[in-house]
Design a protein around this ligand. Structure first.
Ligand code: AMP
Ligand code: GLY
Length: 423
């Protein structure tokens, strides 16, 4: 089989690494990929958002399966377009991709199907929103409705901060049309966890849980990022909680999709807050999480291609998905300045010093000019150093021991990945 992965971050490196273990795949492509992915897949210089070019390449190269990593091409309807071009694709269609592309769409879905989530109101008129500042007290949760590269949520501690965020989103349009509509929510407290699920039209199967660290600095300080590290399984999960999530969230979600005619196929990423009242949905994403995938796929024992094929054929129920009992920790190394402005092109040193049983998933990397041998930084999140071990603490120690072997100018990472942070 010929398989094309769309995207070029750490998540796509993890998907490529796992798929490369499948005996059924003869040739793996990745568009656009990165320096790390190029060791296991043929990288094609087409941007993930260039839906037309990806469809042309996939059709001309007779790709048997395209796997879509990021949310933007999904929201653009890449799966519908690939299918029109005769290429099977793993990921939700454009209609279902609204579950990530519009926060208001998801909130009304959750409310309609009585799935626990924070109370909310949506606004398209700036004055109405300014008059409603503080309706749920502080901190005030203010969200741009559309896609904003993980930066569209502001947790405003004061009225002044809230007004500033509203002006930036609705007046200065810092997120473009994604801020035309704003969702305001109650502030939830508890411990966050990410639950990625494989979904077809009849079945929803959660993967092993993971915990992401969204803020840039230790102790959950500073602005939100795409994610600075993960571990799996989440330390807060237990049998009772999993049962409640199944009954109160997963079951009504699948039934809601069926009632609403949402033929969702792919990965549903459920952001959860585990608080005193139990689990509540913070958000839905419609793809693998980054960097959750790096920790979670490290523990997957089943052939990922078999799972993707089963989802596409609506036969997910037939697959017996197996996970390793081992624990995973992934620490992200980011460029200095990220998630604000940062420089690219810094030489990365020490990759060859890393232990053999450590996976270094590349995110923003490319080959430098010097004979194409040197690897340089090419994005905000640069690498994910991932360790698998018998215990959580051992995995944590192994990951950080190896982080210390790598360096590039300005490199920053969080020291507390793997430690529980309660809000
Ligand atoms: P989202 O993109 O919706 O996941 O939001 C990004 C981050 O903002 C989440 O991971 C939470 O840390 C935080 N957040 C979002 N919604 C809420 C909420 N209603 N209450 C508390 N924190 C929230
Ligand atoms: N790690 C969060 C996300 O992928 O959206």
């Amino acid at each position: 089989m010929k398989v094309l992965i769309v995207g070029g971050g750490g998540r796509e490196h993890a998907i490529a690494w796992k798929l490369a273990q499948s005996p059924k795949i003869d040739k793996l492509y990745c568009a656009p990929g990165n320096a790390g992915i190029s060791e296991i897949a043929a990288c094609v210089p087409i941007k993930a958002e260039d839906v037309d070019e990806i469809c042309r390449f996939a059709s001309e190269s007779q790709i048997d399966l395209a796997v879509i990593g990021p949310e933007v091409p999904l929201a653009m309807g890449i799966v519908d377009e690939l299918e029109k071009a005769g290429v099977k694709a793993f990921g939700p269609n454009k209609k279902c991709a609204q579950l990530e592309a519009s926060k208001a769409f998801t909130k009304s879905f959750l409310a309609r199907h009585n799935i626990p989530t924070a109370g909310y109101k949506e606004f398209t008129d700036k004055q109405e929103l300014l008059d409603a500042v503080g309706i749920y007290g502080y901190p005030m949760v203010i969200k741009a409705d559309g896609l904003a590269a993980g930066k569209g949520v502001v947790i405003a501690e004061t009225k002044e901060d809230a007004v500033k965020a509203i002006e930036e989103m609705m007046e200065d349009k810092i997120f473009g049309s994604a801020g035309d509509k704003i969702v305001v929510e109650e502030y939830l407290t508890g411990i966050e966890a990410s639950m990625l699920c494989f979904v077809d039209e009849h079945t929803i199967i959660p993967m092993e849980s993971a915990q992401d660290y969204k803020r840039i600095f230790d102790g959950d300080k500073g602005p939100n990022t795409g994610g600075m590290g993960t571990y799996s399984p989440s330390l807060v999960f237990n049998g009772d909680l999993e049962e409640r999530i199944q009954k109160e969230i997963l079951k009504p979600t699948l039934e809601g999709f069926q009632k609403d005619g949402l033929d969702f196929k792919g990965v549903l990423f459920i952001g959860l807050m585990i608080g005193e009242e139990g689990p509540k949905v913070i958000e839905f994403n419609n793809r693998f999480g980054d960097p959750e995938t790096q920790s979670v796929l490290l523990r997957l024992e089943t052939d990922l291609l078999d799972i993707f094929s089963a989802v596409i054929d609506n036969k997910l129920d037939d697959v017996n998905i197996k996970w390793s009992e081992k624990k995973a920790v992934c620490v992200v190394l980011a460029s200095g300045g990220y998630p604000g402005a940062y420089e690219k092109g810094k030489s990365i040193h020490g990759l060859n010093r890393v232990d053999k049983d450590i996976m270094v998933f590349h995110a923003g990397t490319k080959f430098g000019d010097r004979n194409g041998q040197e690897i340089v930084t090419d994005g905000g999140r640069v690498l994910g150093v991932a360790a698998l071990a018998d215990t959580h603490d051992e995995a944590r120690t192994k990951a950080f021991d190896n982080v210390k072997k790598i360096n590039f100018e300005g490199m920053q990472y969080r020291n507390d990945i793997g430690i529980i942070i309660k809000k």
